[in-house]
Design a protein around this ligand. Structure first.
Ligand SMILES: NC(=O)c1ccc[n+]([C@@H]2O[C@H](COP(=O)([O-])OP(=O)(O)OC[C@H]3O[C@@H](n4cnc5c(N)ncnc54)[C@H](OP(=O)(O)O)[C@@H]3O)[C@@H](O)[C@H]2O)c1
Length: 235
């Protein structure tokens, strides 16, 4: 397993939800963390165990990913891993859903990670053990409801991006994993109530899954991790 001590990991959308839980867990285990958020003031640097860089980053801004990668290089001298976490979900049914909502999800959920990967791939390759974890979703594997088809489409695309990263980076030791959770207990799905007897996954459990994916050696590549809190056929 890779020793996290001193390794540098960037985490997008690190101010709340799965991103904050992941940043906290990775920092506690010895990573140097570089956190991207639309509003950097919403992150309390003193809450982290080790070295932390906090940078303004908006998934929809062209130059933002380059700027954040540059700030991370400048602060830490390397980038070993990235967690592509920031995302949005807007329900949009097939007949009446707004095209602008679908554009927004495409922009944040697919093009945001694409911009980030283009900004950091040279660093990940230079690391020799570069790691990418993409927070996709079980919605990137199957369509549970037509009201989330726009979200699912952006996540299917994000899954394709994960596999493109695997192929592009393989010879240089870059390994990419799509972590695909079902319902996680964050603001994103506040309005979703689970049926009696079911529960949502905790952000901490997803953070632990991310940490595991980041820790695997080059010869143990795991392309996808599907995480569910309920029984679905094949998932
Ligand atoms: N919760 C679930 O059930 C679930 C299940 C499967 C997959 N996921 C995926 O897991 C990831 C994290 O979700 P979450 O549940 O932690 O959601 P969340 O609590 O709603 O947090 C979303 C994060 O994304 C950031 N973000 C949104 N738009 C952004 C933009 N334009 N630029 C930069 N950052 C932006 C948010 O920043 P602000 O605070 O500035 O808005 C926030 O930090 C997402 O990719 C999501 O699709 C979630």
């Amino acid at each position: 397993m890779l020793n996290p001590n001193g390794r540098v990991v960037m985490i997008s959308g690190a101010n709340r939800g799965i991103g904050l839980a992941t940043a906290t867990a990775l920092s506690a285990s010895g990573y140097r963390v570089s956190l991207g958020a639309r509003n950097p003031d919403s992150i309390d640097a003193s809450a982290f165990a080790g070295q932390v860089e906090i940078h303004q980053w908006d998934a929809t801004e062209d130059q933002a990913s380059e700027d954040w990668a540059n700030a991370t290089r400048h602060r830490f001298g390397a980038i070993d891993a990235i967690v592509l976490n920031a995302g949005i979900m807007i329900t949009a049914d097939l007949e009446h859903g707004l095209e602008s909502d679908i554009d927004d999800m495409w922009n944040v959920n697919f093009k945001g990670p694409l911009r980030l990967i283009r900004a950091v791939l040279p660093d990940l390759k230079a690391s020799g053990h570069g790691r990418v974890v993409n927070l996709v979703s079980l919605s990137g594997k199957r369509l549970l409801s037509e009201t989330t088809f726009g979200y699912a489409a952006s996540k299917f695309a994000s899954m394709a991006l994960t596999h493109a990263i695997r192929q592009n980076g393989w010879d240089s030791g870059v390994r990419a994993t799509a972590v695909c959770p079902g319902l996680v207990d964050t603001d994103m799905v506040n309005s979703v109530t689970v049926p009696e007897g079911q529960t949502k996954i905790t952000p901490a459990a997803i953070a632990a899954t991310v940490a595991y994916a980041l820790s695997l050696p080059n010869e143990a590549s795991v392309a996808e991790i599907l995480v569910n809190s309920r029984l679905e056929p094949s998932l």
